[in-house]
Design a protein around this ligand. Structure first.
Ligand code: PAF
Length: 280
């Protein structure tokens, strides 16, 4: 695996491959890699000639400076995992490489996706994500980019920038990787204690219960039951649990066979925000 720090060097290296019509797959990360990330690398390896992974903890998407400070950065462990997974290129840019003083920030229209749900809880977060992903796409110019479904709203934001700027990249969203107890894998899980992490499967259990209850309960009743089961857990607070239309995130009042729906949840568990979702 080649480790590249400067965007210009990356450009030079990847141009050499593009001239030979090699397909480039891209996995953008903030490091603290887990098997969810590794499965994205493996999928990219299967579908492309070269896989590029970036590790960049993007300050612009943290609305809480303490969260940024606490974000785990186990770079040596990450490198070992990437080598083992067969990643070809690791791009670790500096802040100036991504946000150089000459870089003219684009105006990005996220069509309101940045002001609801996760966007409402974390003002400015999705603008920061959109900015960095657009910038990383400019550096890597991948044929395909791979993102996990756990950050569902983020995948819509990324599809929106691809659409708005007509970027020639295919966005592949892969299913959620879970720990044995059902907890969705996330770099933040390492902030839970051993015992909390073992218990945190209750979030996915509540989503499964919600899905099954919707066979005979209406949305409000089923949501109340799911919320009750989450709130039974000491240390759990619900930031939101909602059922929405998968493309627009518009609230759904009634489940019917004709249209698809997805339940999105964020539980703050002992101070750690845990995101999850399930198609209904
Ligand atoms: O999901 C993440 O890790 C980040 O939001 C991303 C897409 C790498 C942008 O910084």
């Amino acid at each position: 695996m080649i480790v590249i720090k400067a965007a210009t060097e990356l450009n030079h290296f990847l141009n050499g491959l593009k001239i030979k019509s090699k397909k480039i797959g891209f996995v953008a990360t903030m490091g603290a890699l887990h098997s969810g990330h590794i499965s994205l690398i493996e999928r990219s390896n299967r579908e492309n000639d070269t896989t590029v992974c970036s590790i960049f903890v993007n300050p612009r998407q943290f609305n809480d400076p303490k969260d940024l400070e606490k974000y785990p950065r186990p770079i040596e462990k990450d490198i070992l995992l990437l080598v083992k997974a067969g990643c070809n290129v690791l791009f670790i840019p500096d802040y100036e490489d991504i946000y150089s003083p000459n870089y003219v920030e684009p105006k990005i229209n996220l069509e309101g996706l940045d002001t609801i749900l996760e966007g409402a809880m974390r003002p400015g977060h999705f603008k920061g994500v959109a900015l960095v992903v657009k910038r990383l796409f400019e550096c890597v110019k991948p044929d395909a980019a791979y993102f996990g479904q756990k950050d569902y709203q983020q995948t819509l934001v990324i599809k929106q920038i691809v659409k708005e700027f007509k970027l020639p990249v295919k966005i592949v969203v892969t299913e959620i990787h879970r720990e044995e107890n059902g907890l969705a894998m996330s770099s933040r899980n390492i902030r839970l204690s051993y015992e909390q992490r073992n218990r945190a499967g209750f979030i996915y259990s509540a989503l499964l219960q919600l899905k099954s209850n919707l066979k005979y309960l209406d949305i409000n009743e089923a949501l109340i039951k799911a919320k009750e089961s989450i709130l039974k857990e000491a240390g759990a607070k619900i930031e939101y649990l909602t059922i929405v239309e998968p493309d627009t995130l518009a609230q759904i009042e009634k489940i019917d066979q004709e249209r698809s729906a997805i339940a999105l949840v964020v539980v703050n568990y002992f101070g750690v925000r845990l995101l999850d979702n399930i198609y209904l």
